[in-house]
Design a protein around this ligand. Structure first.
Ligand SMILES: [Fe+2]
Length: 306
């Protein structure tokens, strides 16, 4: 069965401090503010599209919706019908909602955890090119979509089934290990295009979102972003490191909403004709240490991850 979902088109976050997010996105990450498309959503760009990150003001400080690109209105409808027949709610969305998101149309459904899954067609391009003022090599998007995310899944099998059976995702791999302090890690990684994973599913996450990831075109751009994070006193919770499964060299910092943002470079891609899902016993091959680490004994006493 061919996949109807092509890629992750946008993130929609509800945030309590729009000004702090504006500074974070523009001055630290290096994304650019888009031209306002509607009053209630503020669009940001990571490429030539009108909106890749959308902010709505509100108390949740969490992920509200994920926009997935589907090739055309007919494909959106076929996919919506498939999801409806499987017993999941499907809601139409207005033209105003589509315009606000920088797409021509969308249908809304919900993953088992309650995050809106917006099936979109007809992404709108901005009137001007992405300027790459801070991120000289730009962000890796295109067929790989805007990036990836780690989503809370209280029942991983159920959420995995939703993404695999309804949205045509495939398993990339797992990471399963126990960190000092008996901190159990069990993450399932799923892909829907060559990006190693678009969605990672994990438990024990207080919000819907653990982190979202944007990939840059060079390691120098990631390093410059790390410098900007320190310069702007953004809390860097994991310094540079490399993950064993997607090979991404990345660091993690805390957004103004409390969930994290991963900025990376060098992620490998998946070729479905040769891919074999495996299980890794570690989160990182090297690095990803906290710059604010306490001594190991004290961390174990506090139940902190290493
Ligand atoms: Fe990640």
């Amino acid at each position: 069965m061919g996949s109807d979902v092509q890629s992750l088109g946008y993130f929609l976050f509800e945030v309590s401090d729009l000004d702090a997010w504006d500074r974070f996105l523009i001055k630290v990450i290096g994304v650019e503010r888009g031209e306002a498309l509607a009053e209630d959503l503020v669009p940001y760009r990571t490429d030539d599209r009108a909106a890749r990150i959308l902010l709505r003001e509100g108390p949740a400080d969490d992920l509200v919706a994920l926009g997935f690109d589907v090739p055309g209105e007919g494909a959106v409808q076929r996919l919506a019908d498939r999801i409806h027949r499987s017993g999941h709610p499907v809601e139409p969305a207005s033209e105003d909602e589509a315009r606000a998101r920088g797409v021509r149309g969308l249908v809304r459904t919900f993953e088992p955890g309650g995050v809106a899954i917006e099936l979109c067609h007809g992404p709108v391009l901005a009137k001007t090119p992405f300027r790459r003022e801070l991120v000289r090599t730009g962000f890796v998007t295109g067929e790989q979509g805007v990036g990836h995310l780690a989503l809370r899944a209280d029942d991983i099998a159920k959420t995995q089934s939703y993404f695999e059976q309804l949205l045509s995702f495939d398993l990339s791999d797992h990471i399963r290990c126990t960190l000092p302090g008996d901190f159990e890690v069990d993450i399932t990684f799923l892909h829907v295009n060559p990006r190693h994973h678009t969605v990672a599913l994990g438990t024990g996450i207080p919000k819907h979102l653990h982190h979202f990831m944007l990939q840059m075109g060079s390691l120098d751009d990631v390093g410059a972003a790390l410098d900007r994070a320190f310069a702007h006193e953004v809390r860097v919770v994991q310094g540079l490191g490399r993950h064993p499964n997607d090979h991404m060299v990345s660091f993690y910092c805390v957004t103004p909403s409390g969930f994290e943002c991963e900025l990376g470079w060098g992620g490998r891609t998946v070729d479905d004709s040769t891919w074999n899902p495996t299980t890794y016993d570690r989160i990182s091959d090297w690095g990803h240490q906290s710059p604010y680490r306490r001594p190991p004994k004290r961390r174990a006493e506090l139940g902190e991850r290493p």
